[in-house]
Design a protein around this ligand. Structure first.
Ligand SMILES: [Zn+2]
Length: 196
């Protein structure tokens, strides 16, 4: 069993199991230049945060099944009816109505191109991506927003055609289950666990 707390939902309530924090003894901080005089203490902290996906859960579930879901405003009273969102948005930014979810995997496979990109040599805390991280901003035909994701193979170029790849073997159920490769990349070049 995991040393971390685990959660499931039953009867519309979180059911939690295990330890959500660990008591770890503190350690004194001493000054080597002043006879090891006490300067303070470390306070180790380790906790498990329960992050609810709410209405976006279906988006993350679909990634592990090799599908990219987008949303669209179909509200006839919306001034901008027909707006298509990727990244996935539950509600229309203009009318606040509930959007329609649709499968845009095929659209992504045929029309994804690099709008712009950014290569980062260093990452922030807790980042698990390989460095340098090749962030790509992706545009799709008929989609009104730009998706930020990361390129797993090759080097990005503006206008480059991309294909989505999905971590379908042991998905993490996070946005990292979605990545991109240049069109023409072979299946054997994909990172471990990813499929087209
Ligand atoms: Zn709307």
């Amino acid at each position: 069993m995991s040393m971390f707390g685990q959660v499931y939902v039953k009867d519309n309530k979180y059911r939690i199991k295990g330890d959500f924090h660990h008591l770890t003894p503190n350690v004194p901080i001493r000054n080597a230049d002043e006879g090891w005089k006490l300067m303070g203490v470390t306070n180790p902290r380790d906790m498990t945060y329960i992050h609810s996906y709410g209405g976006e859960a279906q988006f993350f579930e679909a990634l592990g099944e090799g599908k990219l879901l987008g949303t669209r405003c179909d509200n006839p009273d919306c001034e901008f009816k027909g707006t298509v969102y990727q990244p996935f948005r539950i509600h229309c930014a203009d009318c606040l109505g509930k959007n329609t979810v649709f499968d845009m995997t095929k659209l992504a496979k045929t029309t994804a191109t690099v709008h712009t990109f950014m290569v980062c040599e260093r990452a922030g805390a807790f980042n698990t991506l390989d460095k340098p991280i090749k962030f790509v901003n992706i545009e799709f035909e008929g989609v009104d927003t730009i998706l930020m994701s990361y390129l797993s193979v090759g080097d990005p170029e503006i206008g480059m055609k991309l294909l989505p790849i999905f971590q379908t073997k042991n998905p993490t159920c996070t946005i990292l289950d979605l990545s991109w490769v240049p069109a023409g990349t072979k299946a054997e070049e994909l990172p471990e666990g990813f499929t087209f």
